[in-house]
Write a protein that binds this ligand. Structure first.
Ligand SMILES: [Zn+2]
Length: 435
């Protein structure tokens, strides 16, 4: 067995140049989301490479999901390598979409430049470096252990950055992330090469609206200001909600440490008439804003909750504040609407995929794996909720803090080492060759 591990590690090391070239090639597809550019050519690039090696390749377009159109089709690719005998199935899932480049780059964001042992580009870290590492890991594994049992799957999916509805959620609804098709899922998101990401906190997004009565701005006493009512909500958040959320600590090993508690962000507030022109574009109207007492004000809240909390209580904390104000404050009327709910998920430390990847980290890096939980969600939510598959983690080479930044990069040594860890994990999960 030691010989096999050595052979795997050597094979991956020998393919360093190929791993770099693959990462560069993936970065050069500007798969920016929104709107969802270049999804099809990127998916086909991955599909063609894997088909050449004998995979059964499927392209699955998520028709009628958000953003899907003939101009911007939501094209996913799933490749499956069948072993020489039935057995467990390991699936590597990577999202091919990236966020917009933004400003501040000193290199071409879609050039895939190599410098100082790093590959640069939008998505290098999140997560084309991880996709490339998983492809090389699987390819090396099949070269070294050609008579493996079970199956290895690799998918490239879309729209993770916008919720994953046309990507993993769509495939999961078609059974691609459920037993018996798949047993173990590894998502090579950038969580650092020595950390196993067990899951993520929960999310509740809601819209809170307050109401008032419109009047002339010179006589506000004739109306009732919806923005002031919203101000009273903010006041309660400051005095009651934020201090109480800071007290709610979790045993989930969330990184960074600051997220090891409940949090609430106010994503936006809009009150009164818009200062924009009639078509909603701010710059084609340069007149003065409307002189009215606003009769409505809308706030979007983003509450991140812990595995120790339940969603009903999370919601009640907000509605209790609103009901309290309705009781205490004259004229206070509100409405609240759910926008999104994601339950927290955390795979157990003794789950097979967690054990396989941690053993790989220990063997390759010579130190114990660190277990972490992501502050935000990623596609694991769909694998858990729609696919009902629990044996899923995120593990990949990128450095988490670099995701979505200018001059994003992935360290080449990290990709090589994490590919070696992934190959180890495949071996452990498929229980080696047929003897
Ligand atoms: Zn990502």
């Amino acid at each position: 067995m030691q010989d096999r591990f050595d052979a795997l590690r050597r094979d991956i090391e020998d393919r360093r140049a190929e791993l770099i070239a693959l990462t560069q090639a993936l970065i050069r597809f500007p798969t920016i989301n929104p709107p969802g550019e270049a999804y099809t050519p990127c998916a086909e690039f991955i599909g063609k490479r894997l088909a050449k090696l004998g995979a059964k390749v499927e392209y699955i377009r998520a028709h009628d999901t958000p953003g899907d159109s003939d101009a911007f089709p939501r094209t996913n690719i799933v490749a499956r390598f069948e072993g020489s005998a039935p057995g467990p199935v390991v699936h590597f899932n990577g999202h091919i979409d990236v966020v917009e480049a933004g400003d501040g780059w000193t290199v071409d964001p879609f050039g895939g430049e190599v410098r100082d042992g790093r590959v640069y580009g939008r998505g290098a870290c999140d997560m084309k470096g991880g996709i490339a590492a998983s492809i090389i890991a699987a390819e090396s594994y099949m070269r070294v252990v050609p008579d493996f049992r079970g199956a290895i799957e690799i998918s490239g999916t879309v729209d993770e950055e916008s919720g994953g509805f046309g990507g993993v959620a769509h495939l999961a609804s078609l059974g691609y992330f459920s037993k018996p098709r798949v047993d173990h899922v590894i998502i090579p998101e950038p969580l650092n090469k020595d950390r196993v990401c067990l899951g993520h906190r929960g999310v509740w997004w809601a819209e809170v609206e307050t109401f008032g009565t419109q009047a002339h701005g010179s006589m506000p006493f004739l109306g009732d200001c919806a923005v002031r009512h919203m101000g009273s909500v903010l006041d309660k958040f400051e005095t009651d909600m934020f201090p109480s959320l800071a007290q709610k600590r979790t045993t989930m090993p969330v990184v960074p440490e600051g997220a090891r508690q409940s949090t609430l962000n106010i994503n936006s507030i809009h009150g009164g008439e818009s200062e924009a022109g009639a078509d909603g574009k701010p710059d084609d109207y340069d007149g003065l804003p409307s002189p009215n007492v606003p009769d409505h004000c809308r706030m979007i809240i983003d509450r991140r909750f812990l595995i120790e909390e339940d969603l009903a209580t999370v919601k009640r904390e907000v509605s209790d504040i609103l009901d309290g104000l309705k009781h205490d404050r004259e004229g206070f009327e509100y409405a609240i609407k759910d926008i999104m709910e994601v339950m927290p998920t955390m795979t157990e430390r003794d789950a097979p995929v967690v054990k396989a990847v941690s053993d790989g980290i220990e063997a390759v890096l010579g130190k114990p794996a660190e277990y972490v939980v992501s502050p935000g969600t990623y596609d694991q939510k769909h694998v858990a909720r729609i696919g009902h598959l629990h044996d899923c983690i995120a593990y990949g080479p990128g450095i988490l803090d670099l995701a979505h930044m200018a001059d994003e990069y992935v360290i080449i040594d990290d990709m090589v080492e994490s590919a070696q860890v992934m190959a180890h994990a495949i071996d452990a999960l498929l229980q080696g060759p047929i003897s």
